[in-house]
Design a protein around this ligand. Structure first.
Ligand SMILES: [Zn+2]
Length: 429
């Protein structure tokens, strides 16, 4: 579709989804009324800015208000066939519900994104993303929809994954950029000739900014002698919302399923192409839980010119940073403030803590430094394991924990000083 046709298509579906949400979701009806707008006030696509935005925090609160799916959900639970569950920045899991048709749509455009990156039915696809609860899991069905032989590998030990790659010779895989790097080097160390013994020719990456950072991408491509395509997704929206075509000139959004706004942080006005702003997404077809003006917290740039591939869908030109102090560790979003309650509630600890993030063999390592109180006479190793267990349940990743004597850590009043990120500038090359 040319842009005019596409925008007309988006507007038609936007109207439908606004009416649907207003009629069937207590949350949206309430928030629209509070803002003094009704779906009728949206007469053009640009009128969308009259509608209030929502934050991740609103989703969590809404699900707490009306468990388990919340008042944002706009269909009866009987119509929901699938939920993904994200650990969320506060550690409280939030659900992302889909109807049968929502899920069909999701898999359909995953297939389309894969196809645009050059996957074909004669490919063998090895899906190496987390398969448990995570929205990225079912994306593998997009490969099956193309007709590619699909291996649901999930996150398994790298030795086992490499064995699968040498035995079954998949040609395409999907993982995080840092893991692709690590896996390539691990293969080399094990004496596997990546270009010879493994057939991988395309690697999809997501979950970290690396896939759009030129130097990182190039290094992974050299290591694997394969093409790397960056993907972007959000658990509250879809597994992948955007992916690179074979031109590798930015990530095409599935704009027939969502409206992408990029807004100036100060004014809330749309920014121009190649200017930085916060990405705000609106799903126009998702019935179970429409996401209407969801503030992603991602600072991005976009381009809209027709791509050399011929596709007209807007392209995400990489993520430049976050609007909050969210850390991305091993592809998992971690809000440093979620660590604090765990540390403060444990009476064996002084309450002081520091987060140190390093990159070892291209993989992120989070160390949480804490202090035992003078009254604690037990084995520090036992205490370390206890705190590690508590943190793992909140963060969704397993941090290293180091217990120091009371008074060892620097006393800082400013929150940011509690974080020591040794990975350099992870957002830019
Ligand atoms: Zn393209």
């Amino acid at each position: 579709m040319n842009r005019d046709e596409l925008e007309a298509f988006q507007f038609k579906h936007l109207k439908k989804i606004l009416n649907h949400a207003y009629a069937n979701s207590e949350f949206y009806r309430g928030s629209f009324k509070k803002a003094g707008v009704s779906p009728d006030d949206v007469k053009t696509l640009s009128d969308l800015d009259k509608v209030p935005t929502i934050l991740k925090e609103d989703i969590r609160k809404d699900q707490e208000t009306k468990p388990p799916l919340g008042n944002m959900t706009s269909v009866p639970e009987d119509d929901v066939v699938y939920i993904s569950v994200s650990s969320g920045s506060t550690g409280i899991p939030t659900a992302s519900p889909f109807t049968f048709q929502d899920f069909e749509d999701f898999i359909d455009f995953e297939a389309r994104l894969f196809y645009s990156s050059g996957m074909r039915k004669n490919d063998r696809y090895c899906h190496a993303l987390n398969m448990s609860l995570f929205i990225g899991g079912p994306c593998v069905l997009g490969a099956q929809k193309i007709g590619a032989l699909s291996i649901h590998a999930g996150t398994i030990p790298s030795e086992r994954l490499l064995r699968i790659m040498t035995q079954f010779q998949p040609t395409v895989t999907w993982t995080t950029p840092s893991y692709a790097w690590y896996l390539g080097e691990t293969a080399e160390k094990q004496g596997i000739d990546v270009g010879q013994d493994i057939a991988i020719r395309k690697i999809f990456v997501a979950g970290e900014p690396g896939g759009s950072i030129g130097a990182t991408k190039k290094r992974i491509e050299q290591l694997w002698n394969a093409d790397v395509y960056d993907y972007y997704g959000l658990s509250d929206v879809f597994g992948a919302c955007a992916g690179e075509c074979e031109e590798k000139a930015g990530l095409h959004f599935a704009e027939d399923h969502m409206i992408v706004e990029v807004l100036d942080l100060k004014t809330g006005e749309p920014v121009d192409e190649n200017e930085e702003g916060e990405m705000v997404l609106t799903t126009v077809k998702k019935m179970a839980r429409p996401m209407i003006r969801f503030r992603t917290g991602d600072l991005v740039k976009y381009e809209i010119d027709k791509c050399a591939c011929g596709r007209t869908h807007k392209r995400l030109m990489g993520i430049c940073g976050r609007t909050d102090d969210m850390l991305i560790i091993k592809g998992v979003n971690v809000l440093p403030s979620s660590v604090e309650p765990i540390i403060r509630e444990n009476k064996k600890l002084s309450g002081e803590y520091r987060l140190v993030i390093d990159r070892v063999n291209h993989l992120d390592v989070l160390t949480v430094e804490v202090e035992g109180t003078d009254n604690y006479k037990g084995d520090p190793k036992v205490l370390e394991r206890e705190v590690q267990c508590d943190l793992r349940s909140v963060l969704g990743i397993t941090p290293k924990v180091t217990v120091y004597k009371d008074g060892t850590l620097p006393r800082e009043t400013h929150k940011a000083k509690r974080i020591k990120d040794n990975r350099g500038d992870i957002w830019k090359a």
